[in-house]
Design a protein around this ligand. Structure first.
Ligand SMILES: Nc1ncnc2c1ncn2[C@@H]1O[C@H](COP(=O)(O)OP(=O)(O)OP(=O)(O)O)[C@@H](O)[C@H]1O
Ligand SMILES: [Mg+2]
Length: 343
């Protein structure tokens, strides 16, 4: 999908240690011309941002021309929203967000399987794909190409799969490859509508799969929605941990309690010998969690069946409920319910 490719490319370039993707205020792709508006953190960075954007997007095939514009002001202005403006989603007891600072660490995989595990434990559960740039829930739940409808009261009816109620921007787009005009504010509106203008019914938990980073989506949610807490997903790699540190600080800054950390791709069990290999290193996540006073909710090994299940639309908790990975997700779900019931 073009927008995801664009955001991924922008994530790789940095100014002042901030990925360009996090400065994006507005994006519009019309044909092969990309119009992009950045929040300008400091006046003198204009040229650098412009140059790096053009450079980053050279490799994105759908984009031939780039027009860059700026609005002034650091993202921090978003953080000053008064807490009392945050609304509860009607009928939903607990809203939890699954996030990380970095892309590709397994947030969506975790969000989907955690939601299924919660449901298996008897909690009425929903899953909202809040990744408006690169939705993955339709594929992971085998719902690609499905559409949602609106009832007489103008409320969106979520889809249902494996006992979960679920919604994704993917269910509203004409097709995944359609060149769509994307505008930041419009998408943010879509996102809040996804929470408030939906017939969720009565849910114990609504799990939100966040896009990577600490950008507009996270801030919009933090500003508008009353959340019970956030779960942070990380891999033991140093780069991933550094990005998670940022996400943790953001959640703290906006007053969303961090329920705990899930270590994904923690180790690999050799099918022949049964030996555990700590491919990305051992113990780092624990160290990090301790430093921040965070709880480790569980560790998920690397397992080819996890990736396969996601691609086939049959998540591992559903496909192999007795596997080590599924059991790990059930253990995490139990801890999450305990944490939530304490609040
Ligand atoms: N424990 C695991 N074992 C094997 N493969 C995994 C595991 N966790 C995630 N993956 C695979 O890694 C890839 C990235 O996972 P996923 O899409 O869940 O990450 P993400 O953090 O949501 O990414 P994005 O930042 O793009 O939203 C997928 O192909 C997924 O199937
Ligand atoms: Mg994802």
């Amino acid at each position: 999908m073009a927008v995801k490719d664009i955001m991924d490319a922008l994530r790789k370039e940095h100014v002042d240690n901030t990925p360009l993707s996090e400065l994006v205020k507005d994006i519009k792709l019309v044909g092969s011309t990309l119009e992009i508006v950045f929040r300008l953190p400091q006046k003198h960075l204009e040229e650098e941002i412009r140059r790096k954007t053009v450079q980053a997007l050279e490799s994105v095939p759908d984009v031939e021309k780039v027009n860059v514009r700026f609005v002034e002001g650091p993202p921090a202005q978003f953080l000053q929203a008064p807490v009392f403006q945050r609304r509860k989603v009607q009928g939903v007891k607990h809203l939890i967000a699954v996030g990380s600072g970095k892309g590709g660490v397994g947030k969506s995989t975790v969000a989907v399987n955690l939601a299924l595990a919660l449901s298996r434990l008897g909690a009425r559960t929903g899953l909202l794909d809040a990744d408006i740039y690169g939705p993955s829930v339709p594929t992971m739940l085998g719902l690609k190409g499905q559409r949602v409808y609106v009832n007489d009261q103008n409320k969106i009816i979520p889809l249902e799969k494996f006992g979960l109620k679920t919604l994704s921007i993917g269910f509203l787009l004409p097709s995944e490859d359609t060149p769509v005009i994307w505008r930041g504010p419009m998408l943010m509106k879509a996102l809040t509508q996804f929470l408030f203008d939906v017939e969720w019914g009565e849910l114990d938990v609504l799990v939100l799969d966040l896009p990577p980073g600490t950008g507009d989506v996270q801030l919009t949610l933090a500003q508008n929605v009353d959340m019970s807490g956030a779960i942070i997903v990380t891999t033991p790699q140093d780069v991933a941990l550094a990005d998670v540190r940022k996400a943790t600080s953001m959640f703290k800054e906006v007053g969303i309690p961090v329920l705990g950390v899930i270590e994904n791709m923690a180790y690999f069990v050799c099918p022949e010998s049964g030996k555990k290999y700590y491919i990305f290193g051992k113990g780092k996540v624990l160290e990090f969690a301790q430093a921040y006073g965070l709880k480790i909710l569980g560790s998920i090994p690397i397992d080819p069946q996890v990736a396969e299940g996601s691609d086939l639309g049959l998540p591992i908790v559903e496909a192999y409920p007795h596997s080590e990975v599924a059991q790990a997700f059930l253990g995490i779900a139990r801890l999450v319910l305990e944490e939530l019931n304490r609040r």
